[in-house]
Write a protein that binds this ligand. Structure first.
Ligand SMILES: C[S@@+](CC[C@H](N)C(=O)[O-])C[C@H]1O[C@@H](n2cnc3c(N)ncnc32)[C@H](O)[C@@H]1O
Length: 266
């Protein structure tokens, strides 16, 4: 687990050139562009920072990605540590940030009584609910805060979008059982989905470019084209299913994107 290497996140980082690995909070008037996505991602980080309770000094950034948020938190004077099981993120983080980095999955993290606050920015979905609360409770100081910003799966969700993320109701039920109290909650769903619209635009344009680029070959060699289509049928079907993940209407139907701030009961 400690050498985990997330290829999807590497794609965003290395191919699309995005330093940040999270959605973003968009304004309704924003056009769909990479520049606006970067602004939305920065707005999202500001939102997180603005919501950190006043007395917090020490923070664990759980699933810290490339460490952009960690860096910003440090610039605001917080004492921050990063954690990620991803070997590629470890390299980027340690090259750019002089803060402690824990290279492991949060499920295996066992520090006791260390932090005033833990931030899980789009990383809670990767951590089993049981371990998430158990390890958070143990590593937080008395009455410490757990801040989660992530998407969850709604009741009766179906299709590809029901396959990733924790079940929202089960997660909320677990908060009480795990002896945390909700301090505040915000539904950000409608404000983040333009990230998906942008992704969908990007894929559709790439497909159109492929279609135009291969037109001549398809016209000249129709039999070979049909053969290749048959050969890659399964892959094409899988790709069409995956594209559903970028459909913002489907996302709104099946998912909810939440900010949740909790405090550990003493
Ligand atoms: C979508 S990225 C979010 C990164 C960053 N927090 C941000 O907001 O840009 C998910 C992060 O969770 C990390 N992650 C995946 N599984 C994890 C686990 N079991 N424990 C802790 N972090 C995990 C990934 O390596 C990655 O850093």
């Amino acid at each position: 687990m400690s050498s985990k290497n997330d290829r999807a996140l590497r794609f965003y980082n290395e191919v699309l050139g995005l330093e940040r690995l999270h959605y973003g909070i968009w304004l309704s008037e924003d056009e769909l562009s990479i520049e606006k996505l970067k602004e939305a991602q920065e707005r999202y980080e500001n939102y997180i920072i603005d919501n950190i309770p006043e007395n917090v000094k020490t923070i664990l950034d759980v699933g810290c990605g490339t460490g952009i948020l960690t860096k910003r938190l440090i610039s605001f004077g917080y004492h921050v540590e990063g954690l990620s099981p991803d070997i590629h993120q470890k390299r980027i983080f340690t090259e750019n940030i002089s803060a402690p980095f824990h290279h492991l999955a949060f499920e295996n993290f066992s520090k006791t009584d260390q932090y005033d606050c833990m931030i899980m920015s789009e990383s809670a979905q990767y951590i089993s609910i049981e371990k998430l609360f158990k390890n958070a409770k143990r590593s937080l100081k008395k009455n410490g805060y757990l801040m989660i910003c992530d998407y969850f799966v709604l009741k009766n969700a179906s299709g590809e979008l029901s396959k990733s993320g924790h079940d929202y109701e089960a997660f909320m039920d677990h908060i009480k059982n795990a002896e945390f109290t909700i301090v505040s909650e915000d539904d950000l769903t409608e404000r983040v989905t333009k990230t998906l619209d942008l992704g969908k635009n990007f894929v559709e344009k790439a497909l159109l470019a492929l279609e135009i680029g291969t037109e001549k070959i398809r016209d000249r060699h129709p039999n070979i084209s049909r053969f290749l289509l048959r050969l890659f049928k399964k892959k094409i079907e899988k790709f069409n299913q995956q594209i559903q993940l970028l459909d913002s209407c489907e996302f709104i139907k099946n998912k909810t994107y939440r900010f949740i701030l909790m405090q550990a009961n003493s």
